[in-house]
Design a protein around this ligand. Sequence first.
Ligand code: KIV
Length: 279
Amino acid sequence: MHKTVQDILNMKKEKKRISVITSYDYTLASLCDKSGIDVLLVGDSAGMVMLGYENTIPVTMDQMCMFTEAVSRARENSLLVSDLPFMSYQVSIEDAINNSGRLIKAGSDAVKLEGGSVMAETISAIVDIGIPVMGHIGLQPQTTMLSQGYKVQGKTKDTAMRLIEDAKELEEAGVFSIVLEMVSHEVAEIITETVSVPTIGIGSGVSCDGQVLVVQDLLGMYDKIKPKFAKRYMNLSEDIVKSLDIFKKDVESGVFPAAEHWFSMNEEELKKLREQIGS
Ligand code: KIV
């Protein structure tokens, strides 16, 4: 049985830190799931790291459903959460419920959406029909990115107060956890102490109840943007390019494939074949 929303809520009570990693495809999701990561997040960052868009704005519901289906085939242990992409929940509550339902039917256990108090009513409506919601405040790539770029949120008293109020309203609306993206670590600590649901930080310091990273950042596979918070645990792109270079040389020199990589006919059959074609 995989982890549930209740398990994630209990982790905060038990003071156990929560690990979250983004996943978009079957192969990497299987490895993340096997490693014991608590939550697999099918983030709309897929638009950038999987599809090569400049930002998350162009991502569609169809794409998010496809990524979610792939990850759900791999998932055995972790909780699976999927992002509602830009404009799939902002226009109407009906849209938000329909699109949340699509992600659940694609195999997700919960949905994530960006926004503070302005999204409280929408979140309540989704939660009321039985779909768990993860909130996301601070830097919101679908919107704050457009107006401010990558900027730390909550550096002044007033912006900090707004974030704290947003977190409280999301809690009241029924979220089971809140992503805090690029929030100053002092404000992230206050929010974490204030709300009863787990906070999941990305660039928001060590006081959050959990941490999330984009898997390509962690593995060192995506070089276009290198945020300060994205700790690289390895430099896989270097190893991949090295391996591909060796493969190319092996093909050119005839070193690959070797006998252990190909298949042979039965000798008797080969003899008969040669006789028939006269070679
Ligand atoms: O889309 C995403 O990957 C996210 C995480 C960075 C939290 O929202």
